[in-house]
Design a protein around this ligand. Sequence first.
Ligand code: GDP
Ligand code: MG
Length: 162
Amino acid sequence: PLPVVAIVGRPNVGKSTLVNRIIGRREAVVEDVPGVTRDRVTYEASWRGRRFTLVDTGGWDPDATGMGLRIAEQAQVAAELADVIVFVVDATVGVTDADEAVGAVLRRTGKPVILAANKADNPQLELESSVLWSLGLGEPRPVSALHGRGSGDLLDTVLDLL
Ligand code: GDP
Ligand code: MG
């Protein structure tokens, strides 16, 4: 079986956009409405000739009560099936309570976690992404899934940990 890379994070941070960027197709459902990804969806992907399975997570109802808890549960499930976890945070927003909750779950898993500071569309936002060090998950990796900025470096980091 191929190694598994799971993409986790709260709704609307750009997980599905990042998946589309990595697989090079517009197949993962991207919506302006938070939480549109209905379930965990898996794709086969490759980078520099290394193949891996990519898992896009989501599937919670944004109107449900206790959404923060459900995101944390989703992160837990993803972490269990993944070899490497890409934790996506919105660099234009900074750290939210939900991000803290997911971060705490991921730190406890002991799995390798890459912290992706998405929506870092320009150098200023790249600089500001350093506030994400506070999540305690190491160096934030600025990326713009929408424009492709930083995505190659992010994938190189994933390969290093596979
Ligand atoms: P998900 O809920 O985490 O899967 O997020 P989506 O991939 O559905 O994206 C949510 C919204 O963020 C959409 O409007 C995307 O176009 C937007 N988005 C995703 N990545 C970026 C990015 O790198 N920069 C900007 N400016 N917007 C982005
Ligand atoms: Mg999605």
